[in-house]
Write a protein that binds this ligand. Structure first.
Ligand code: AHG
Ligand code: MN
Ligand code: MN
Length: 341
């Protein structure tokens, strides 16, 4: 007498661990360490989500009073998310080195702990300017294999082109908390079931829809943009798809704007402008991981001139313009930049 599957109202309960183990068949050389690393990141996401859900009560809203290497105000939850990810990963022996948006230099593995073969870059809390207003935010991560041969990992291990990525993903703390990742075999989304504290597979093999629904850009900066971006945006404002105009959504948290673009179809872009000639978003731990995800989901990501994944970072916090979403929309943005500047 087997298990009555009807009792579970589903034929399969797929946790992140089960899914990654099933993905391992694509990686004969896999030893399970990457599975454990992704699980550590998911645990950090659960802890951050838990803190966030009662931030207003736990006196952890607001600013720390410090400014980070970006010259930005560090929010208490930035600091909390950053520390949570670091302490869950500094002792496991899975990483050679880490790097975070919140720290100028790389984060070395403490001498008392072993080092491993992976490199973890992360934006611990993305969209933190929104956190005090209960607007969705996220965590973004990128995973490489180390390129240095032994000892503690170095900056060289962190400055790799996106084509070297082993895995990338994000956690979006929205109406529900989702963990979305790829190891190069499709993009898969898991939703946190708070009643059991487990991420369960809810969006298998996500593909960006061919029909765009939204474009997403901060139109408040229109006067600072180049003529090409101004004309491209005006083109979108008159664009229709399937006989209706596409609408505009802009939350101001990259992970939320990206996640909606991934699921709804369309384009998100953060152009360079006269006040931010390199753009605002950071290449290594914002644009590159999301570029890997969108390409795995059938879309594209560009800096306005070519694929984000082909750019080799020269500094850890280097910024980049970002155009990400349906391939034909990204290509069209590149055309407007090429033609109008
Ligand atoms: P972070 O909170 O990690 O610094 O990232 C904020 C970024 C990104 O989340 C978002 O797309 C962008 O800032 C919004 O910038 P504007 O407020 O200039 O539109
Ligand atoms: Mn960010
Ligand atoms: Mn951040």
């Amino acid at each position: 007498m087997g298990v009555d599957k009807n009792k579970f109202k589903t034929d399969k309960i797929v946790t992140i661990e089960r899914h990654i183990l099933e993905q391992q068949r694509f990686h004969p050389e896999a030893t399970g360490v990457l599975t454990q690393l992704l699980y550590d990141i998911a645990l950090a996401g659960k802890m951050i989500a838990s803190q966030m859900s009662r931030a207003g009560l736990a006196q952890i809203l607001g600013k720390t009073g410090d400014t980070n290497v970006q010259g930005e105000q560090v929010m208490k939850l930035d600091r909390l998310a950053d520390e949570t990810i670091y302490i869950l990963n500094d002792h496991t022996g899975r990483l050679a080195v880490m790097a975070s948006e919140e720290h100028e230099d790389v984060l070395s593995i403490p001498d008392e702990y072993p080092v491993g073969k992976y490199v973890l870059l992360f934006d611990p809390l993305d969209g933190s300017s929104n956190i005090d207003f209960n607007v969705g935010v996220g965590t973004i991560f990128a995973i490489y294999q180390r390129v240095t041969k032994e000892g503690r990992g170095t900056m060289e291990d962190c400055l790799q082109p996106g084509r070297n990525l082993v895995a990338a993903g994000y956690i979006v703390y929205g109406a529900s908390t989702m963990f979305v990742y790829t190891t190069g075999h499709g993009v898969h989304g898991f939703t946190l079931d708070p009643s059991i504290g487990e991420f369960l597979l809810s969006h298998e093999d996500i593909r960006i829809p061919n029909i765009p629904t939204y474009y997403s850009v901060n139109q408040g900066y229109f006067t600072r943009w180049s003529p090409g971006i101004q004309k491209y945006t005006q083109h979108l404002q008159s664009m229709t798809s399937e006989t209706k105009s596409i609408s505009m959504r802009y939350v101001g948290s990259l992970v939320v704007d990206f996640h909606r673009t991934l699921l709804s179809g369309g384009i998100f872009y953060y152009p360079a402008d006269i006040s931010k000639p390199e753009g605002k978003l950071r290449l290594a731990y914002e644009a590159v991981p999301l570029a890997y995800i969108i390409e795995q989901a059938g879309g594209s990501a560009s800096n306005g001139y070519g694929p984000i994944l082909d750019v080799t970072p020269t500094s850890l916090h280097q910024r980049s313009a970002l155009y990400v979403g349906n391939t034909e929309m990204v290509k069209e943005a590149e055309d407007y930049i090429r033609i109008y500047g």
